[in-house]
Design a protein around this ligand. Structure first.
Ligand code: FPP
Length: 244
């Protein structure tokens, strides 16, 4: 098999309908490390390294938005050392990659209740968002302290506070109050590591997403696998509940 990682720059941009928005559950960091007799945290570190080529390739292909599940509302239950590593990696990622991402036209955003993240993470994210706010080529949306149920509850409660009593919420209201309000719903959900679960990710927004499960553990997920997922998406016949 050819080395797809090294020659992907030369590959033609995929023809056909592209997903506008791809959501990714970056699963399998822990297993990747454990299989090598390493600490789980090293798997997360490799997971961050794997993200950058995926963002670059998405930009090159012409994807408009990439939402990646970096830390869920449930991840707080992990050992505190692992939580600390994940938070430190957010700060490191932002510090080391923001300028290059900005040069590539990437706008960094977040979804989730980031007010509960450590102060250092909040500050670096605020800086990165501000730094990249005028970029328009691709939105890199980091889901941090994110849970789909919590997001829906936040949206409903805020809508209720801001709306006259007795009003009825519509689907458009809900979409407008969700954290993702400025983005189209994801067309494609990718989950790595062969697991078939949504794990409380974008519960409202994924209603009609096509799903691609990759057997690769996230640190091994590379641009070739991203293109495989997109080609698979292009072979689907999307009917949105109708007959197509
Ligand atoms: C799931 O793997 C992955 C996570 C809980 C975190 C994903 C985070 C990253 C890839 C790094 C952080 C991202 C940024 C942008 C700084 P797992 O640990 O559940 O793997 P396992 O199922 O093999 O245990």
């Amino acid at each position: 098999m050819q080395d797809q990682e090294s020659n992907h720059e030369e590959e033609p941009i995929l023809a056909g309908d592209l997903p506008r928005h791809i959501a990714i559950i970056m699963d399998g960091n822990g297993r990747w490390a454990q299989r090598r007799g390493m600490e789980r945290s090293l798997g997360h570190r490799e997971g961050v390294k794997a993200l950058k080529p995926i963002v670059k390739e998405s930009t090159r292909i012409g994807i408009e938005a990439l939402t990646v599940y970096a830390f869920s509302t449930e991840n707080w239950t992990r050992p505190s050392e692992e939580v600390d590593v994940l938070m430190a990696l957010v700060v490191e990622f932002v510090a080391s990659e923001t300028h290059e991402l900005k040069d590539e036209g990437v706008q960094i955003r977040t979804i989730g209740d980031i007010g509960r993240l450590p102060e250092a993470a909040q500050q670096s994210l605020a800086w990165a968002k501000n730094e990249t706010r005028d970029e328009r080529r691709l939105v890199l949306n980091l889901a941090l302290n994110y849970g789909g149920r919590a997001e829906i509850l936040r949206a409903v409660n805020r809508w209720r506070e801001e709306t006259p009593p007795g009003s009825r919420m519509t689907e458009a209201d809900m979409a407008a109050y969700l954290d993702t309000h400025e983005l189209p719903d994801p067309d494609l959900l990718i989950r790595s590591s062969g697991e078939f679960r949504i794990s409380n990710f974008l519960l409202w927004q994924l209603a009609y997403a096509e799903i691609f499960i990759s057997d690769k553990l996230w640190p091994d997920f590379d641009p070739a696998e991203l293109r495989r997922a997109i080609r698979d998406y292009q072979s689907r016949h999307r009917r949105f509940g109708g007959l197509g």
